[in-house]
Design a binder for this molecule. Structure first.
Ligand code: ATP
Length: 326
């Protein structure tokens, strides 16, 4: 058993949704070009890091200890790896390399963001780890350098550090902040199972290859009106423009989502959309009280595991405890 040395550093990091997600055709390197508008919501995972001692011998795996904290469902325990395939491990190893030190730390993950839910929970945890470790190790890297490490670790990691609302291009890692001084109110419908992101992209490629002139796969429109609606703060304008190219693929793999999307609108939401690769669905509401009403009605409709009321934009990863500079 490795003992902890010194106090932990804790970071809170938000989930993301995509207000707009345009997916380009499959590239030769297997990726798709994306144009997306991310928004960070107040649904947070928490990452705690602590130094461990003694250092491990050469026979020990060359990485951090990773554990899940809090009440962890059986499904989450089965779905979240604790080895080198966990994004927090990758983040710790990438940052240790930049800092030229050993990743001799224990990383605790307290999850509220649904696993494999299309809300970038793994990426959020990686972003939280980067900020927590750079604080624990007192690295004076600067924001740009941290964002660069984030982009190496995964395509949504940079946004989780950044937070707010942002336009993402490339694989989503090239970010430009979007002006958004207004708060939008959301209801988040969580599913009792996940959808694999690569499988959803594969299904979109399959649907597009099988499309005909009579039954095309529709694509979302231009991103500019979405940015204008975000800037205006008018939920009704934004509701008309929410769009996700992955939605058809997520619904094709999980046809029950069609019922969830209909139920949210029937409950009084302005509009609903699948979040990222799904299966989480998010519903934009006119205001906070409306979101509470929609959530109550949707919870009773039996179309999802559970619902949450949320708002955005919120800031990206933040140290909540243990920052020696605070
Ligand atoms: P995205 O929207 O970024 O595509 P997602 O929200 O759909 O991702 P995640 O919760 O990030 O999905 O998890 C996808 C898979 O990644 C999980 O099924 C799990 O195997 C793996 N994974 C690696 N690290 C983590 C982590 N820290 N938390 C959750 N899953 C993780």
């Amino acid at each position: 058993m490795l003992s902890a040395v010194g106090p932990p550093v804790t970071v809170r990091v938000p989930a993301k949704i995509n207000l707009h997600l345009a997916v380009g055709d499959l590239r030769a390197d297997g990726y798709h070009d994306l144009v997306t508008v991310f928004q960070a919501l107040n649904l947070f995972d928490e990452i705690s890091v602590v130094s461990t001692h003694p250092r491990r011998g050469a026979d020990h795996a060359d990485g951090p200890d990773v554990e899940l904290l809090g009440d962890v469902s059986e499904a989450d325990r089965a779905a979240v790896p604790l080895d080198g395939s966990n994004l927090v491990w990758k983040a710790a190893v990438a940052l240790a390399e930049v800092a030229d030190r050993e990743p001799d730390v224990r990383i605790g993950i307290r999850k509220s963001i649904p696993v494999a839910g299309g809300m970038a929970g793994g990426s959020a945890d990686a972003a939280g780890t980067l900020l927590a470790l750079s604080t624990l190790w007192r690295l004076d890297l600067g924001r740009e350098a941290l964002m660069q490490v984030a982009a190496q670790v995964g395509s949504d990691v940079a946004f989780a550090l950044h937070g707010g609302t942002a336009l993402g291009t490339g694989r989503g890692e090239n970010l430009v902040p979007v002006l958004s001084r207004h708060t939008f109110h959301w209801v988040v419908a969580l599913s009792d199972h996940g959808l694999s992101t690569p499988t959803v992209f594969g299904e979109l490629d399959r649907l597009r290859a099988a499309a005909t002139a009579e039954s095309p796969v529709r694509r979302v429109g231009d991103v500019e009106p979405v940015l204008e609606a975000v800037a205006s703060g008018e939920a009704r304008s934004l509701a008309l423009l929410l769009g996700n190219d992955l939605q058809a693929a997520a619904v094709s793999l999980d046809p029950g989502l069609r019922r969830t999307l209909r139920a949210g609108v029937a409950a009084g939401a302005l509009a609903g959309v699948v979040s990222g690769s799904g299966p989480t669905c998010v519903f934009l509401c006119a205001d906070g009280p409306d979101a509470v009403r929609v959530a109550a009605e949707l919870a009773g409709a039996g179309v999802c595991r559970t619902v949450r009321v949320a708002h955005g934009p919120v800031p990206g990863a933040r140290v909540t405890d243990g920052d020696p500079a605070r």
